[in-house]
Design a protein around this ligand. Sequence first.
Ligand code: NDP
Length: 499
Amino acid sequence: MLDLANRLFEAPITHQNFIAGVFNGAADGGVIQRESPAHGRLVGTYPASTRADAEAAITAARDSFDAGHWAFEYGGERARVLRDVARLIRQNAEELALVETLETSKPLDAARGEVMFAAELWDYAAGAARMLSGDSHNTLGQSMLGLVLREPIGVVGIITPWNFPLLILSERLPFALAAGCSVVVKPSEFTSGTALMLARYLKQAGLPDGVCNIIAGTGDPVGQAIIDSNDVDMVAFTGSTRVGRATIAASAGNIKKLSLELGGKSPSLVFADCDLDAAVDGVIKAATINMGECCIAGSRLLVEARIAEAFQNRLAERLEDLRMGDPLDPASRIGAIINQAQYDRISELVRDGVREGADIVCGGDPENHSGLFYPPTVLANVTPDMCVAREEIFGPVLSVMSFKTADEAIRLANDSDFGLAAYVWTNDLSTALACSRRIRAGRVWVNSALQGFPELPLGGFKQSGNGRETGRYGVEEYTELKSVHLQVGRQSERWVEGA
Ligand code: NDP
């Protein structure tokens, strides 16, 4: 793998846009250069697309949808294409994982796992393409049969962030395609490589030209053109709450449907009766996975008061063994932060937390830090009003609070603007069920952390967004329902008397 990485450093990949089945650069020749955050070396270039490029991609999607070839295609054929893409992802897994690692700085092993899971999602969506169906009502009287048709919603804009580039795209794109939609994808300007590589597999698998268009570029103008467009029927946006709000405002133009996965501040609840070793490990995993740059990161630890100090010390001890370093080194669990702006944001929020009274148990701003490596950090004596308890930090930072009763734990867990995920550690079934039922979050893990399955839906409560991705709900998200009222036999009643 190091050979392949060195070859990439020697000859960075020139990625291209994919519009109407054609690979090309930006209309004005503009280019975005991407350096590996961990190595500071150029690893690829993407087109810096213009508004005109975005409009061309939207037009290609609109034309393809209105022509109806994919929208009315037999589900079995849609399934074949999606399955073929899954196969091509697996076939190219090593290269995809390497590009993800170099662009994001996530450890290579993690990138490999995400690529394989992305292939699973394409396989699952292939099955869903054949299962999608509507309903019928045979109870409306002798002369009326009711049909409920499930139809593709139309042109979908998918805008994705930089933290899990291929995975987040694969939670959405194959499901929209399974439903029969046409799509415009805009990946993050920092990590567009694997989305643009995926375009080649779509073409190879025989997806008709124009059904999926993938263009790189910055949020403004490319993302903005998508959310503004009256030719786009739905936007699936994943990213910050700030841009999520802008998406909601822009959607008013043509009242487009939105599916939003936004920020999080997910709690890990640790009860004294749990398996403490498993809980320490799970809490660390939830807080530090992907360097904490994860929307469902378990960034608040709520621990039962009578074990709080001991648990905190065990956390700090175990964190000493968590290797931070070159993401290409198989021993590394933590790579570099995505860019300087994000690094500075993490440092600033930790400093603000300390100013407000939190104590650093371990980690914090390294004095002589080199590059963008931010160490796993535990903050103790946090209170619910502090910025480190309320704001999404998007770094490997864990804010610790304590509780005395399950009711208090649930109240603290829900004391957040967000509601994306929660992790519960207990061996008491009633406590586990009470937490699962009363915590307002889209996903709850009990005695486990972060395992994902294509069958289960994901999404947020409160300001973490709306809509659900993956599972059968994920395909349905990209559909509209239509009722057909079918008169059986001759209509004998007349509206106009005497007719
Ligand atoms: P953004 O919300 O800015 O980026 C997400 C996507 O939206 C990117 O593709 C971005 O483009 C695009 N975008 C930016 N501006 C617009 C716009 N006006 N119209 C349409 N699309 C737009 O997130 P950041 O990458 O800046 O991260 C900032 C913070 O957001 C993080 O610190 C974290 O708190 C949160 N975040 C949450 C994520 C999650 O999974 N829930 C994922 C990523 C971030 P581009 O970046 O290419 O310019």
